[in-house]
Design a protein. Structure first.
Length: 429
């Protein structure tokens, strides 16, 4: 039977069999509320006694602890320091809010006009280095009468040395000229002397004696500075000076649209800048950056046939040739169109590394020496060359009319074999 429960068994001997299951009904034991309230009161009394004991202990121990630690320091300084920190943080937040960048406002027409005005001011200053070149050609007519005709173009003062001004122009401006005149920005005129020209790029070097110029002219002109390497990239703002549209002392502004184009000329590959500046087919001049420095020489002959925009060659690549011209030296000429055979190209096409000859100019020194398209140049004058840049450096060190050995790899039925040719350097007219 179950302990704290009463069991009532209801059975009927007549109605149920002897083996019938016993049905039990369990009733809950009645609750003793009196005992519960007694236990609750005892628990509350114990809690109150414990709390009273804790309070007495704390009241007794606090004076003792204060005597051992000494007097409690004044918290006024701490409060002041905390307030100072809070003020500093608040000031920093206000400063950050004050220095927060203002929302950029859209540019107005006046803003664009201000930019154009500043660019034209840079161009006007740089125009002090621009001159007008006039080539006077003597000729005779059908009736054998002598007469003179003049051709004009622009030039740029790029240096001053040995009592002379160095002026860079194009050969086409002074072609067949018996006399060359230079007109400066203040309309002063002086005679110039042709020092030399490069038949490949068409550049010509002129000099003017400084002693032929008056002081007012010397004060009115300046030497244009040359920009450093890698100062121009796609999107750079540039200014075209000279006569890009045929009229000298023009100032045109625009941007660089491409810098990765390359033009292949005999013996050299030049980097070409293309712009969105409209120019004529016979335009000439220079490109400068926003610092007024020379970055390129306008050469419309290197532009695409269908293009009507300005094209310029990077000045840093032209300087070795320009230096030779002003040193009164001729520019050596082989007459080969080349490209560099890199490691990747060598492995992909199974050709030796070196300088690949794409084309040989007719009646050139290279053709006379027996060089052929498809040859790979390995050395020139005993110096190994592995790139087009190295080839150009070595070539410009040579002396025209001197003979040099050129080693190439030429493909045959059994693969490439080494061949050494004797080549007499020439000068392209």
């Amino acid at each position: 039977m179950h302990g704290n429960a009463n069991i009532i068994v209801v059975m009927s001997d007549k109605q149920q069999p002897k083996n019938a299951f016993v049905r039990e009904q369990i009733k809950d034991k009645p609750k003793n509320y009196k005992r519960m309230w007694v236990r609750l009161g005892e628990s509350a009394a114990c809690g109150g006694v414990f709390a009273l004991a804790v309070c007495l202990v704390l009241l007794f121990m606090i004076p003792v602890l204060r005597q051992e630690e000494g007097p409690v320091p004044d918290t006024g300084a701490q409060d002041s320091q905390q307030a100072s920190v809070e003020e500093t943080e608040q000031g920093s937040e206000e400063k950050e809010e004050t220095q927060a960048p203002e929302e950029r406002q859209p540019m107005t027409l006046d803003d664009y006009q201000q930019i154009q005005t500043e660019l034209y001011a840079i161009g006007n200053t740089a125009n002090k280095s621009i001159v007008t070149i006039t080539g006077v050609v003597s000729d005779t007519d059908w009736f054998n009468n002598s007469y003179e005709r003049e051709g004009q173009g622009c030039g740029t003062i790029i240096g001053e040395s040995g009592g002379k001004l160095w002026i860079l122009t194009e050969k086409k401006t002074i072609k067949d000229a018996a006399k060359i005149k230079v007109t400066f920005v203040n309309d002063a005129v002086a005679e110039a002397k042709l020092v030399g020209y490069d038949g490949n790029t068409g550049l010509a070097a002129l000099t003017v004696d400084l002693e032929d110029l008056e002081d007012s002219t010397r004060n009115a002109i300046t030497v244009m500075k040359t920009a450093g390497l890698n100062t121009i990239h796609k999107g750079s703002i540039v200014i075209a000076l000279g006569s890009p549209l045929g009229t000298n002392y023009s100032i045109l502004t625009g941007t660089i649209t491409a810098t990765n184009n390359e033009i292949s000329t005999p013996d050299n590959n030049y980097s070409v800048y293309t712009t969105d500046i409209v120019a004529s087919e016979n335009g000439s001049g220079v490109l400068i950056n926003t610092d007024g420095e020379l970055v390129g020489v306008v050469m419309q002959s290197y532009s695409a046939a269908s293009a009507n925009t300005l094209t310029a060659v990077e000045i840093s690549e032209l300087m070795p040739v320009i230096d030779l011209l002003f040193a009164d030296k001729e520019v050596p000429y082989f007459g080969v169109h080349i490209s560099t055979v890199t490691q990747h190209i060598a492995q992909k096409y199974d050709i030796p590394k070196g300088i690949y000859i794409k084309k040989v100019e007719i009646d050139s020194p290279a053709m006379d020496a027996g060089l052929q398209s498809g040859d790979v140049i390995r050395s020139v004058a005993g110096q190994e060359v592995a790139s087009a840049e190295q080839f150009r450096e070595v070539l410009l060190q040579l002396t025209p009319k001197e003979t040099y050995s050129v080693t190439v790899m030429r493909e045959g039925t059994k693969g490439y074999k080494k061949i050494t040719c004797k080549l007499k350097a020439g000068v392209l007219q």
